[in-house]
Design a protein around this ligand. Structure first.
Ligand code: FSO
Ligand code: SF4
Length: 549
């Protein structure tokens, strides 16, 4: 049967090869086509913009913002709303027109790539979306490299958007995105060119994570070790999900003194660790677990829910919460109300607050506490203790288990792996992967908890900083000589940029799972294995033997 769509960007892709009929995530073929169209327009914009930047044009934040938003909106589980995607296509075509005019003014000769030359006629949208799918690149290895780069760029865009919203921009990162988009638009790009570009993507991945770290800590203070309540109170609540700290800051300010509690969900949990956010007494706890359990958990929350970023799971037709969900930023879902960002960068949550006033308090689904907030500064504060514990042999190894959680049964591996680790091994985590083991009570080693949670997936950067610091303290030549191993769980494209960032830092022998990405072709995988020792997972016993013992 002919493909209705083609998407292989996430770990849950159908049959481990690609969604061709409908996304496992719920993405429909029509939506997939508009995403392909939007990405094609973005490649055109990126290519023209890159030429202009190379020829003296100054960075233009309107263009940067379009590129970032378009890439972010096509991330897994971010936007299911066709009309919102088509509005972004229109925006992109308007930006392209402006850039073409600027290029003409300068007498610039632009590359004759299809995406640059396509006229943008509405009547051609369907055909263009179909032509410009992932499968437009016939050669499997070139396709693999191009797609790995664009998926890394999507993750980079997500982190860039959060940083920019907190006032931190970096024109060199935005310029790199345009350069990389040009590289993948070029129909004649060679495997070598693309491999170089892939590694450069990782380098800018480090930069964007550093930028976001600076933005988050600059705005809300350095994360502190914090106990977070996972039970509920008696007052009505608002549940806020995703990664955007700027949005939760607005919400906390606007709900203060209203008698409404704010709960975090999923990747918003680390908000509790930041001094400028945790200072609000009505930020009462974290409700539920990782993104994929939301259908069940949201049905018990009773109050309104806000998505500031992915991961959205489409509700079932008889869900009891679909009329109380709101989206923001690059996210969207048909029929859900989208809260616009005001020109001053803030959001008005009054409609959400009004809805909460008439809601019942959440039903309790768990109780107790979890602890987190071990970002780099907190670990440095423990540095003497950590170094002593490593030197005395009390800590044998650190396993970085950052990344994502997901619904596949095979991810039970990560809970089992965490449980089976010898008691002298410490888990360093970040991202929603932690929900597989952060409620297991794995104990501590001389006062150092065995699960150190740095925060959101971008806070994997903290582990890089910690590794570099330990390298200095122990006086070894390479991070690879430290007692740190990497067993990363991936799901969507933010994990791709984290992985590329780790590779660009020369970190070897990273294991990723539960399955290897469908977008990495056998030849590209072989290259990554040979150069970096990148590999998959096997069984818990075997991996513990190989990684830890
Ligand atoms: Fe998880 Fe979703 Fe943070 Fe991802 S909530 S899966 S890697 O969006 O970004 O860790
Ligand atoms: Fe399939 Fe994942 Fe793409 Fe959704 S995002 S269509 S599940 S590959």
């Amino acid at each position: 049967m002919e493909n209705q769509m083609f998407c292989f960007q996430c770990q849950e892709t159908a049959k481990g090869t690609g969604c061709t009929v409908r996304g496992v995530c719920g993405k429909k073929p029509e939506t997939s086509r508009w995403m392909d169209l939007l990405l094609s327009v973005t490649r055109g914009v990126g290519t023209i913009y890159h030429s202009l930047l190379e020829n003296g044009m100054a960075d233009d934040t309107t263009v940067d913002d379009f590129i970032v938003d378009a890439l972010f909106a096509t991330i897994t589980n971010a936007n299911f709303d066709d009309s919102a995607l088509l509005a972004k296509v229109d925006k992109g075509l308007a930006v392209k027109k402006q850039l073409l005019a600027a290029a003409a003014d300068r007498g610039l000769r632009l590359p004759d790539y299809h995406e640059v030359e396509w006229g943008g006629e509405k009547s051609d949208f369907t055909a263009e979306g179909d032509r410009e799918s992932v499968l437009r690149t016939a050669n499997e290895d070139i396709r693999s490299l191009k797609e790995t780069i664009v998926l890394g760029l999507k993750g980079m865009a997500a982190y860039y958007e959060h940083a920019a919203r907190l006032g931190q921009r970096d024109a060199s990162i935005a310029a790199f995105m345009a350069k990389a988009l040009t590289g993948i638009t070029n129909p004649d790009a060679t495997g070598d060119d693309l491999l170089q570009l892939l590694l450069a993507t990782g380098k800018y991945g480090v930069d964007v994570m550093a930028l976001l770290d600076k933005a988050n800590t600059g705005a809300y203070g350095k994360p502190e070790v914090t106990k977070v309540n996972i039970g509920v109170g008696k007052r009505p609540g608002i549940l806020i999900s995703g990664h955007d700290l700027h949005d939760i800051a607005d919400l906390l300010e606007q709900t203060e003194g209203t008698g409404i509690d704010v709960y975090t969900h999923g990747e918003m949990l680390p908000a509790h660790y930041y001094p400028e956010l945790k200072k609000y007494s009505h930020l009462v706890g974290n409700y539920g677990n990782a993104w994929w359990k939301q259908r069940e958990e949201f049905s018990h929350f009773n109050g309104p829910i806000i998505f500031t970023t992915n991961c959205i799971v489409p509700p079932t037709p008889n869900s009891n919460y679909a009329d109380r969900v709101f989206t923001a930023n690059s996210t969207g879902y048909p029929g859900w109300k989208h809260i616009a960002t005001r020109p001053d960068g803030h959001k008005d949550f009054s409609e959400v607050i009004e809805m909460a006033r008439h809601s019942a308090a959440p039903d309790e689904i768990e109780n107790g506490e979890i602890v987190g907030g071990f970002a780099h500064d907190q670990v440095f504060a423990l540095a003497d203790k950590v170094v002593e514990a490593v030197k005395s042999g009390a800590i044998r190894k650190f396993v970085v288990m950052s990344g994502c959680d997901g619904r596949m049964k095979s991810r039970q591996y990560y809970a089992d792996f965490a449980k089976a680790l010898p008691k002298d091994v410490v888990i360093l985590t970040s991202g929603c992967a932690k929900y597989k083991y952060n409620k297991l009570n794995l104990g501590d080693i001389n006062g150092i908890p065995r699960v150190l949670d740095a925060g959101q997936c971008n806070d994997s950067y903290s582990w890089v900083v910690v590794a570099l610091k330990l390298k200095e303290i122990f006086g070894v030549d390479s991070v690879n000589d430290l007692p740190i191993v990497f067993n990363i769980a991936w799901y969507e494209q933010k994990a791709v940029i984290v992985l590329l960032a780790l590779l660009s830092l020369g970190i070897k022998n990273i294991h990723i799972g539960p399955t290897l990405p469908a977008f990495v072709s056998p030849n590209v995988l072989k290259t990554l294995q040979e150069s970096f020792g990148l590999g998959g997972i096997t069984t818990v016993d075997e991996d513990i033997k190989n990684l830890v013992e």
